[in-house]
Design a binder for this molecule. Structure first.
Ligand code: NAP
Ligand code: MG
Length: 462
């Protein structure tokens, strides 16, 4: 796609007030592929005002019509799937096959699910002598990261549209082109002017202005725990609603009865996909001491097979950060069995698929979110030990349990302090609520639970 040098506000592409620009770089070859405006607080104010003006009509639009707009949006995303995949590959660096199969395809499923939910969700219910109306919360300030650029946008915009909310989106500075493409798609789908607005810009400028704006009723943020904590504090001070999807350090628990090779291979693939830039990645593999060495060998072999085909990480800062963690793992005494801190290629922000063995639960690489292709393999003595290690971080976003028998895996999963667990390699479900326990966040995205985040209740008594 051709980058816009404008912001999408009130149904049209309009120039930013200032002349600051964001350079968009292809992380695979470090070439500049375009520029987009870096919005100021004044631009954010225009966008929020447009969203507020559009709110009463959109909130009053019958759910069936909101559903029709979402269905149209899904159709545009289908028609432009190849362009979406190419755009994500260009600005995120993910291999084209992954962009097609995940980055472009998952949003189609999610928008489709909200086209259906908008039409079928009970926006009105009877409770005794009351009628409870589920009404839109109002203007949503959405702030998204770069790791799944379109999915993260759609996971907020689709339920907000279904609920009857209006939106101002501040996407990640690293992946603004995908966001512009989404704004084009929303326009093409016939969503009324002002209902969806896009301000590309920097987090501490445009992002912060959006969080602080009194015209925003709900801030929905996905990104790092550090920024999320700050946003939560600002929103709390203003008594604004807030939804936070933050970091993770999820455990892949392989119980002794599991099919070890399958559990390890799927576990390695889960971490290396998208170059490890997945908040729900199972970056801690937990293996019983009796099968530990066998698992380490399998993991090292699996990781080495990926070579440099996983694609780069998003930018130079992220590459340096990930390499810093690999150095830290070595310094703390973990045993490197695949990859390492050296760059596998000269050009582009590449990191080798890396596996550490002899990782103990207190090590930095077992506690902090690395957000790169780095797997840690930990040893447990018995099931209680495994549970203690699995639950032993500040995070609780996702996880996996493998066992010979499904019931055994389920009973372990029920004791994990985490929002999502895949049982024996369970498949992604776009309708299942996604979100964190503990410091992994506040609220849920996707499906009916995700829709509820954008609704508030009004009870009428008779
Ligand atoms: P981040 O700084 O939290 O960025 C997420 C979004 O928040 C971006 O749009 C960012 O804008 C914006 N932002 C930054 N500072 C802000 C502020 N003061 N007020 C309002 N908005 C602000 O995350 P990152 O820098 O992209 O990545 C850092 C780490 O976050 C990663 O290494 C990873 O650990 C974690 N992360 C987690 C997820 C997840 O899905 N849970 C996703 C991505 C990253 P800019 O783009 O301009 O910074
Ligand atoms: Mg940032």
């Amino acid at each position: 796609m051709k980058p816009h040098d404008r912001l999408y506000i009130d149904g049209a592409w309009r120039p930013a007030v200032g002349s600051d620009l964001i350079e968009v770089v292809n992380p695979a070859d470090e070439q500049v592929i375009g520029h987009v405006p870096a919005a100021s607080a004044e631009d954010v104010d225009s966008a929020v005002r447009a969203a507020r003006r559009a709110l009463p009509d959109w909130a009053a639009t019958p759910p069936a019509e909101r559903s029709a707009r979402l269905a149209a949006l899904r159709d545009v995303l289908v028609a432009r799937q190849e362009e979406i995949a190419e755009t994500v590959t260009a600005e995120l660096g993910s291999p084209l096959k992954l962009s097609q199969a995940v980055h472009a395809a998952v949003p189609v499923a999610v928008v489709g699910s909200y086209a259906e939910l908008a039409a079928t969700h009970p926006f009105e219910e009877k409770v005794g002598n009351s009628t409870v109306h589920l009404e839109p919360i109002g203007v949503v300030g959405a702030i998204t990261p770069w790791n799944y650029p379109l999915h993260q946008i759609v996971a907020k915009a689709a339920p907000a549209l279904a609920a009857g909310c209006t939106i101002v989106l501040k996407p990640a500075e690293d992946t603004p082109l995908t966001a512009q493409l989404f704004a084009e798609a929303v326009h093409e789908a016939g969503v009324p002017a002002g209902v969806f607005n896009l301000v590309t810009g920097l987090g501490p400028v445009a992002g912060q202005a959006l969080v602080e704006h009194p015209g925003v009723d709900l801030v929905s943020f996905t990104g790092s725990t550090a920024v999320g904590r700050r946003i939560g504090a600002v929103a709390g001070g203003a008594l604004k609603k807030v939804a936070l999807e933050l970091g993770g350090k999820s455990a892949n628990v392989i119980l002794p009865s599991a099919d070890l090779a399958r559990a390890v291979n799927v576990g390695v693939a889960n971490v290396m996909t998208n170059s490890g830039q997945t908040c729900s990645a199972w970056t801690r593999m937990l293996v019983h001491t009796d099968r530990y060495e066998e698992a380490v060998e399998l993991a090292a072999t699996a990781a080495a097979k990926y070579g440099d085909r996983i694609g780069p990480v998003v930018n130079a800062r992220q590459r340096d950060r990930v390499r810093g963690y690999i150095e830290k793992g070595l310094a703390e005494g973990a045993r490197l069995v695949a990859g390492g801190p050296e760059a596998p290629r000269e050009r582009g922000y590449h990191v080798s698929p890396t596996v550490f063995a002899d990782v103990t639960p207190e090590m930095t690489i077992a506690q902090e979110e690395i957000f790169g292709p780095v797997l840690t393999v930990l040893r447990y003595e018995d099931e209680e030990d495994a549970l203690r290690i699995a639950n032993g971080t500040v995070y609780g976003l996702a996880g996996a349990v493998w066992a010979g028998d499904e019931a055994e895996a389920v009973s372990f999963a029920r004791r994990m302090d985490t929002g999502q667990v895949d049982i024996n390699g369970g498949r992604f479900n776009p309708l299942a609520p996604f979100g964190g326990y503990k410091q992994s966040g506040v609220g849920r995205e996707l499906g009916a639970h995700g829709l509820t985040e954008y609704l508030q209740t009004k009870s009428l008594q008779f």
